[in-house]
Write a protein that binds this ligand. Structure first.
Ligand SMILES: C[S@@+](CC[C@H](N)C(=O)[O-])C[C@H]1O[C@@H](n2cnc3c(N)ncnc32)[C@H](O)[C@@H]1O
Length: 292
């Protein structure tokens, strides 16, 4: 640990900076003609800008020259900023197209301390105690939480750190249901995803899963992690305060789904007002935890 050659870090930073303004950076040359899929996630690329990535990596304490796992790395947007200030970064994701972009980007940046491999967080292809810390951005809700957290504990050194961000909470799942229904109707796969999560509630560990802010510490403790710090990242914008009647709509999530399916007047009202309503609910949870 802490053996990062600062010259190496500066050189790597210079290579990323040479990409220019990341808020308008076009990833398509790195996809080498492959489509980006339908979510818009890859097209959005690095629109938050380099400072956003660097600041969060440092603020979370992931700038210490360590051996890092980036679980659900996607096209590697966090991996390259983690690689800038760490000894090694290993990105894991099941989607080959995204891994190809990550590899091409890392090769272009000469980041020879990165490795990208196909795999699932539910069954990690690594030895016990392999990593100092793990980064898991906008991915934990897609996993089998029980298996993934057991795997993360196994591959982390004793006391290893886990950073989890944009972990979906109830508001985000309701927004996903409404957004995807609006764009794709009942056939949209994200409608099914959101419904599965909402019907299962916040204690279910199967994919997809979610938590509430109030239940997070107990949920993570139940899986062998102590939450040490919370972060407020993209929590859904300025909070809205909901009336008691509005809160009651979200008190019974299976009932909410049943009404969304069967009652078109209720559905239309929710679709018209969900951006405000979701701002009154837990939205994205982000936190740093330690394996216990
Ligand atoms: C919203 S993207 C976030 C990607 C990346 N962490 C980022 O912030 O750019 C979620 C990622 O989770 C990956 N994913 C889905 N199921 C997974 C699984 N079982 N194991 C690991 N990653 C998974 C997806 O392929 C996708 O790339």
């Amino acid at each position: 640990m802490h053996d990062l050659n600062p010259c190496g870090a500066a050189a790597r930073r210079g290579r990323i900076d040479a990409l220019g303004d990341l808020t308008v950076f076009d990833l398509s040359p790195f996809a080498r003609g492959q489509g980006f899929g339908r979510s818009g996630y890859v097209e959005r690329g690095f629109t938050s800008g380099a400072d956003f990535y660097r600041h969060l990596v440092a603020d979370a304490g992931f700038d210490r020259g360590e051996h890092i796992l980036d679980l659900g790395c996607g096209f590697g947007r966090w991996s390259i900023f983690l690689a800038e200030v760490n000894r090694t970064v290993t990105g894991i994701d099941p989607m080959g197209g995204r891994l190809a972009i990550a590899r091409n980007l890392a090769a272009h940046l000469d980041l020879d301390n990165t490795t990208f491999a196909a795999g699932s967080g539910n069954e990690l292809p690594f030895a016990d105690d392999d990593f100092d810390a793990a980064w898991c951005y906008s991915t934990l809700h897609f996993l089998d939480r029980r298996r993934a957290l057991a795997e993360l504990r196994r591959v982390l050194v004793p006391g290893g750190r886990l950073f989890v961000a944009l972990y979906f909470a109830v508001g985000r799942m309701v927004a996903l249901l409404c957004d995807s229904y609006t764009s794709g109707g009942w056939d949209d796969p994200d409608v099914a995803l959101a419904i599965t999560a909402l019907e299962a509630g916040t204690t279910a560990d199967g994919p997809p899963n979610m938590a509430t802010a109030a239940g997070l510490d107990a949920t993570m403790a139940g899986h062998g992690f102590a939450v040490e710090r919370r972060f407020d990242i993209d929590s859904g914008g300025k909070a809205a305060s909901l009336t008691e009647e509005e809160r009651a709509i979200f008190a019974d999530l299976p009932a909410l789904v049943a009404r969304f399916r069967a009652d078109s007047a209720f559905r239309d009202r929710l679709l018209a007002d969900y951006p405000r309503l979701c701002r009154g609910l837990d939205y994205n949870l982000s936190f740093l935890a330690r394996a216990i």
